[in-house]
Structures are given as structure tokens and as C-alpha cells.
Design a protein around this ligand. Sequence first.
Ligand SMILES: [Zn+2]
Ligand SMILES: [Zn+2]
Length: 360
Amino acid sequence: MNFFQCFQISCQGATSITTFAVFLCDKIEPALRRAVYERTAKAIAEDMQGKFPDFQGNRANLEVFILRYLAEEENFEYFKQYLKFPKEFFQSYIERRVKNHFLDGSRRLEKFLVSSLDLLHGNIQSAVSLSTRITKDRKEREDKVSLWLDEFCRELSEVISLPRSDLKGIEHQEVTDIEFLSSVMADNLGDLRDRLQKEFADADMSLFSTQPHTILAEHFSGCWEQCPFCGAVCTNTIQGHDGDHQLVFHRPQGVNGWKWHQTDHLAIDICSSDVASNCKFRTGDNITIPYKRYRDAGPPYSTWNILPDPSMQAYWKWFVSHFQTKLEALYNRKFQGRGEIPEAWRRITKQEALSELDKH
Ligand SMILES: [Zn+2]
Ligand SMILES: [Zn+2]
């Protein structure tokens, strides 16, 4: 073999290896990008749970933070959304917290993405080295590239989604110098890493296929049934749970629009007092039922266990007093007659209402 032949062969080998590496990196790129976003979404959810007390307990704990937020904002529209669509309000609260923290100008989102990228790039690079180590001494094998790809895909199966079957197009490439292949791959992977890092500088939340706040919100799922009288949410942590719906703190029913029969007077009583009283209520079908036998009204009433308990949170006394005119306008009814707001409620300050929440 003369010099020119030698040169030609090694040139062909190099071309073939370059083709191989370019093809493979083109396949890796979308899978790596997807894996970076998936991993980062989980990392963001974990970071939020680690950093903020809102997310360090159960849903009842989170609700205290939401009630505090609502009181601080003092925006009746927010209250309305929370009262009518509690699940959606929880989700948007979580989303807002995540966005405020990760898009606050500190490039935190970019840092998290790059940190995931570095980790995954390291995993891919290790898979290249490992496949090379295993394959290079298998002198008896003619299909070294195919063997290399088998090892590579197996090693990465937990890291990125790179089906071996997608790589059939290059498995017959004539590559004899596996170590040279390894170094070309390392260069190409380095370039890919740099390209993605640049891309992440402009990243925003819309690029996640599963949103970080959705992952975080899953920790606070559970039953979202609302008390048919006051609208407070069942506190059971299992969706579709066995047994009755139940909750600790019912609310003055006027919050949910309940009024006294044949008047336009909103009710200030709570369900847990009513069930121990001699009062009656009227269902949507115009049937009158004594509160003491509220279950006789059928579903949804019969699916609730409302324990007699006269204590009412100061928070709702403050809310009703503070937003009286807004509530009256919302339901086109008045806090009058039996629904007259007690003077004692009006003396409760927002601060008192919030301090009491913290005790539970
Ligand atoms: Zn209730
Ligand atoms: Zn329930």
C-alpha cells in the first residue's frame, strides 16, 4: 500500500465518522432538549417546595397562604374566583408563584435549564466513553458500529429517549477507528451543548410540555367537592374518596349567596351551626328540609358529613364585613334582618383575622 492509498482510506474513514457523528447528534438534539425541559420542570417544582412554606405542607396549609394572599390583595374579583372556582384558583396561584420566582430577572430559569443540560450532556458523554471502551477491543466483530450503537442506546435508555431503531441508517457505516469516533462525538456533543445553552438564554415557560406549576399542583390534588351550603372545599386528600365529604371550617352561607326564605336577606349563619338548629332550608327543587335532617335532601347534601360546631373563623367575619356591599351587589341581596352583620364582626381587623389563621 503506498502513501496515496493510505491517505485516501483514512480520508474516507474520517468522512464516514463525521457523517456518523453528525447524524447521531441530529437525532440526539431533540431528545436532549426534551429531556432538559422535563428534568427542569421537576427540578423547579422541587425547588419551590424546598423554598416556600406555601408548598411545604398539605392543601389546608396552602389554603392558609392563599387566604392570606387574598386578604393582602383585597381584590374582590380574586375572592370571587376563589369562591366559585377553588381548584382553578389554587392552580393559578401556584403558577403565579412559580413564574414570579423563576422569571424575576435573575435568569433563574436559564440557570436551571443549563444545569439540567450539563448533567444530561455529561450522561451522554459517559455513554460515548463506555460504548467505546466496550467496543474497541472486540476485534472479532465486523459490525463494530452496530455494536457501539447497541451499547450507547442501552446506556442512555434512562436518560433520553433515543430508540435504537431510529439509528439504522448509520449502523453500516464503515468505521474501524472507534476511538477516533469517540473523540469526534465528544466535539460534536460539545457544540450541541453550547448551541442549546445559547438557546436557553431566551427560554420562557411556554416551552415546557409539562408545566412546572402543574407538577407542583399535583402535590395538592385531592377532593374538590364544595359544601352545598357555604361552598367551602372538602379537605379529603383523595379524589373520588370513599365515605362522606367533610371539612373543618364552614363559612357564613351568604358568602355563597344563600338567603332567608321569602326575603332578599343574605344568611350569615354557618352550616355547622345550622345542622344543630331548628332551621330549615329549601332545595333547588323547592322542597323544605329541616337542617337536622339535611341528608334527606338527597345528593349533593346527602354526600356530606357536617358536624355540629358553632365556631366560625374570624377571617370570614372580616371578609363579610369588609366586602358587604360587593357581596350584596354580586347576589343582588342584602345583609339585613336575620342576616344583619353583628357589630362584633365589624370590629375584627384584617390582622386579627390573619393571625387566627396562622394558629391552625
Ligand atoms: Zn358549609
Ligand atoms: Zn370529598
